[in-house]
Design a protein around this ligand. Structure first.
Ligand code: GCU
Length: 632
């Protein structure tokens, strides 16, 4: 048994038969059948009518839900659209948003690809996974389990339409015929829920799997190898999504070994996939190789390649320039790659945000990034666009989320961590949604509609991210977590073989002050943004304080907007963070007796750990940083 997450349909199941539902779909397929099956969890079979009258219905993944003489009518040209319409209808009913005055709602995704990236390994370990083992039982596949179907239902219910099954640090074995058959079995299950399967591939697979002497992307034998591999895959999985590639990053092989660049690498794979309609998603997570400021590296390498990628390849860029920190400014590549398809990469699993222990709702972080006003260097000040809009307007674009799913009872690490999976789906479907509204939906769907519970859950969710920033990395601090596993504070850590894996590289504390100087007097990372944005970040007076220590080395006695000096403000923020963590727990205590006792206790245990950890963060960081200030 495992948790039903937000698909409990608690309130609605008692109302069976109360309404009629009409599904109008331009095609008859298994996706439509999945939609009907889902409806039957709430409506009795004889209340459901299905027709093919979809002449004026929305196309693609879009749908229309309307009140048709008292019946609820869902229409779309496609089974996928009807499926999303049905999940939306059920969500609206269960959150009390459809009443007798309901007229109609039309919706369609703003961004075409909404993909989960599983960092799952062959042995069922999950890189940065905190919710048990991988769901995929490679030893037993192609044998199918019920949980694979539920996975597809859950992710489809929030609009996710792609799943990358394996870790970006990719084992070449996934491209062998034996494993492709296993992948095909999962694709067969997911297809019914409009979820396409992707694989992470190892760039050197032609060498390791077939003994080629090179993986040079311009070598004919290598190109033929990828073409044949693509043909083999599509014979098994006709709607295979494509490849995700981590190349020349953290030891992964890539085109640099052959004097080629990232576009050469991506295009070789894109050419192999294009006859079949597949795409290659090439990650921009690169650093090292002689760059003194890690935050600058991806832009330095990728910006010159703008316009050089094939139309079926996209560059996948992490939301910030370093690595999924509690808060980062937006990655400058989103304002630089005008001619290149882009994917936004978010991390749903909370590698640097308390992992499976801390309750931290990430929708406000993702929203901050998606609504950031980015500008393009060659355009004037009028042409500001939000990052979400930039993605929306590209022909090929997507949002990828590093999954937090594992085989635990609760799927995502705790009974609250699924809020992030839910929010990822909702925001990648429509980046304009309000995080507080997403929190409200999740709360009602998951915990029921007792107003005391809803109020507490929403408050916990909506306040948790800023709380976490305060007790971990206030004012733009980042990457001060413990070595390798990234849980807990260790700002003085000196472990690891590279400087840019060590916290002091990021915080630069000394007797004078704190923070990384990325201004024009420092690493000049600010100038990777368009001039107007760069000017704001470059000036300590206009730089938003949330990014202060990201962009500036700030003197300890510098006065912040609060009137406090940096030294005092830092201590104040850490203290405030502890108070905020305690407040999250206090809100939860208000629901005692209103939710099942085992669920109450499971969440309370997490919050106890979070509060204890917040105290540790404060104690360690204030002592450490202030020891520098005291030398001033
Ligand atoms: C982070 C993470 C790694 C991961 C890498 C990536 O550095 O710690 O485990 O492999 O990101 O995104 O490729």
């Amino acid at each position: 048994m495992y948790d039903k997450l937000w698909l409990r349909y608690a309130g609605e199941s008692q109302k069976k038969n109360a309404r009629r539902v009409i599904l109008s779909c331009g095609e008859k397929n298994n996706v439509l059948n999945a939609a009907i099956t889902e409806l039957k969890t709430v409506f009795s079979a004889d209340a459901i009518t299905v027709d093919t009258e979809a002449k004026d219905a929305p196309a693609g993944e879009g749908f229309l839900i309307r009140n048709k003489g008292g019946a609820l009518a869902v229409s779309s040209q496609t089974g996928a659209g009807v499926l999303y319409g049905v999940f939306t209808l059920l969500r609206l009913l269960n959150t009390g948003r459809i009443d007798e005055n309901f007229v109609q709602i039309a919706d369609s995704p703003k961004i075409s690809w909404r993909i989960l990236n599983h960092w799952d390994n062959l042995d069922r370990s999950v890189e940065r996974g905190y919710a048990g083992k991988s769901l995929w039982k490679w030893d037993d596949l192609p044998k199918i389990e019920r949980r694979y179907v539920d996975y597809a239902r859950i992710v489809a219910s929030v609009g996710i339409n792609g799943s990358v099954l394996n870790n970006v640090n990719a084992n070449p074995i996934f491209l062998t015929s034996e494993y492709l058959k296993k992948t095909a079995a999962l694709a067969d299950v997911f297809r019914d829920y409009n979820v396409k399967v992707f694989l992470s591939v190892n760039f050197a697979a032609p060498i390791s799997l077939s003994g080629l002497s090179t993986a040079d992307p311009l070598d004919d034998a290598v190109r033929l190898w990828w073409k044949n591999k693509a043909a083999e895959i599509y014979a098994l999985i006709p709607d295979f999504g494509g490849f995700v590639v981590k190349a020349d990053s953290e030891g992964q092989p890539g085109p640099y070994a052959y004097g080629r660049n990232h576009a050469d690498g991506a295009n070789a794979l894109a050419d192999a996939l294009s006859p079949h309609g597949g795409i290659v998603i090439w990650r921009a997570f690169v650093y090292g190789h002689g760059e003194t400021d890690r935050a600058k590296k991806a832009y330095t390498d990728f910006k010159p390649l703008d316009g050089k990628f094939r139309s079926n390849s996209a560059v996948q860029v992490k939301n910030g320039p370093i690595d999924f920190q509690p808060r980062e400014p937006v990655h400058p590549l989103f304002g630089a790659m005008k001619e290149t398809s882009l994917f936004m990469e978010f991390q749903i699993t909370q590698e640097y945000l308390g992992q499976g222990e801390h309750i931290v709702f990430l929708a406000p972080m993702w929203k901050e990034i998606l609504q950031f006003g980015i500008r393009f260097p060659d355009e004037d000040s009028e042409n500001q666009s939000s990052v979400g809009k930039v993605l929306e307007e590209k022909k090929l674009s997507g949002v990828a989320g590093v999954s937090n799913i594992g085989d635990n009872y609760d799927w995502c690490g705790s009974l609250f961590h699924s809020a992030n999976l839910f929010a990822f789906g909702r925001l990648s479907w429509d980046w304009t949604l309000d995080p507080a509204d997403i929190a409200l939906e999740w709360s009602v769907l998951t915990w029921g509609n007792d107003p005391t519970v809803v109020d507490a859950v929403v408050k916990i969710l909506t306040n948790s991210w800023e709380a976490c920033i305060d007790y971990m990395t206030p004012l733009g601090l980042n990457h001060i977590m413990r070595y390798e596993h990234h849980y807990g504070p260790d700002p003085g850590c000196d472990q690891g073989s590279r400087a840019d894996w060590k916290p002091p590289y990021y915080h630069r504390a000394d007797a004078r002050g704190l923070g990384f100087d990325r201004t024009r007097n420092g690493s000049d990372a600010v100038d990777q943004y368009a001039p107007l944005v760069a000017d704001i970040f470059n000036d300590i007076k206009t730089c938003p304080e949330k990014y202060l220590l990201w962009f500036h080395h700030v003197p300890w006695d510098y006065t912040l907007r609060s009137g406090r000096t940096l030294k005092d403000e830092l201590a104040f923020r850490y203290r405030r963070g502890v108070g905020e963590a305690e407040q999250l727990r206090a809100w939860w205590r208000l629901v005692k007796g209103r939710v099942p006792p085992d669920r109450y206790k499971a969440v309370l245990d997490k919050l106890d750990a979070q509060v204890a950890d917040a105290h540790e963060w404060e104690a360690v960081c204030v002592k450490y940083f202030l020891s520098f200030a005291e030398r001033a």
